[in-house]
Design a protein around this ligand. Sequence first.
Ligand SMILES: [Zn+2]
Length: 361
Amino acid sequence: MVVEIVLLSIVSVRSLNFTEHISGDCLDDNNNKNNNNSTTDILLQRQKRQTQRSSKCASTGMNWNKYQSAKTINNYIQCLSSKYRGKATLINIGRSTQGQQLKIVHVRSGTGSKRAIFIDGGIHAREWISPAAVTYILRELVENSNSYKSLLSKFDFFILPLMNPDGYEFSRSKNNRLWRKNRSINSQGGCKGVDLNRNFSYKWGGKGSSNNKCQEHYRGPRAFSEPESRAVRDFIMSRRKQIKMYLTFHSWGQMILYPWGYDRRVIAKDKRDLDRVGKVGARAMGRRYQVGPAATVNYEAAGASDDWAKGAAGIKYSYTVELPDTGKYKFTLPSSRIARTGLEATRAVTAMANELAKTDV
Ligand SMILES: [Zn+2]
């Protein structure tokens, strides 16, 4: 009981800028970790109550208790843009293979152009926790923007919750839960789908990608053969000077990865900077995350979006975040884990952005 009272008083002190405060906690220490988890529980409960009470977009059916359809996600972001004018603006960047609109939310406070952070989710269809966590980040930045005043005074955000809506919806249909690619028609009657995260042009066609249409890592007939990857390319290139960090959310593995992914023998010249900001993100998550070059910590994979963002678009800080877990549930993380994972991801983004703000990128 005494412990609870102490924790509650900590929470009340932190009630506004909790993310920015908590992100600095030392989480390697077990006691701190336990405290942090208890604090997280309280915060999650409180946030849930607040959101249910105050969300102007509750009527869309959006919540973080279950995995949502592409339609609900789209309705939610549409609603944000109409209820929070000036804070959330929709940008249509193109259509998917099957004609679904790809929508970025531009999140900002005030007017004028600031440095920006680009976040995407759902490149891989079966990684449902990715769009769930990215929409959670979006919810925090827009619907709880008072808690992120300092962050939003420094950065704009461009958030694409669902890069591969066709694949995502297909993975929600019966017996297709582990579908990974988009739904491109490669040949009449043949295998469908291209791995969008092997379809970007930087070192396209190299290791860890396949030229076999039936393989999960099929890279497509040429770089940017797919409308989804082209839409992201065109948007980022049009804002490449403004965007200072690229963050793409995947699962699973609990890793924060940075370039290069295409070849483990090639080390980024600014590895120390990438590592420093990556570790700040990992610490803020409050659970063990590995940090390092994608090709060494994970595996070699050419044509991925993070290598392209750095190598072709020139965005120095480029990361792939592999969300939980570490292998028990893999791609089928229970929906009871969504809110916590979303909160952790929000903390990581906040901490990494604040670290970035210290440098003159
Ligand atoms: Zn993935």
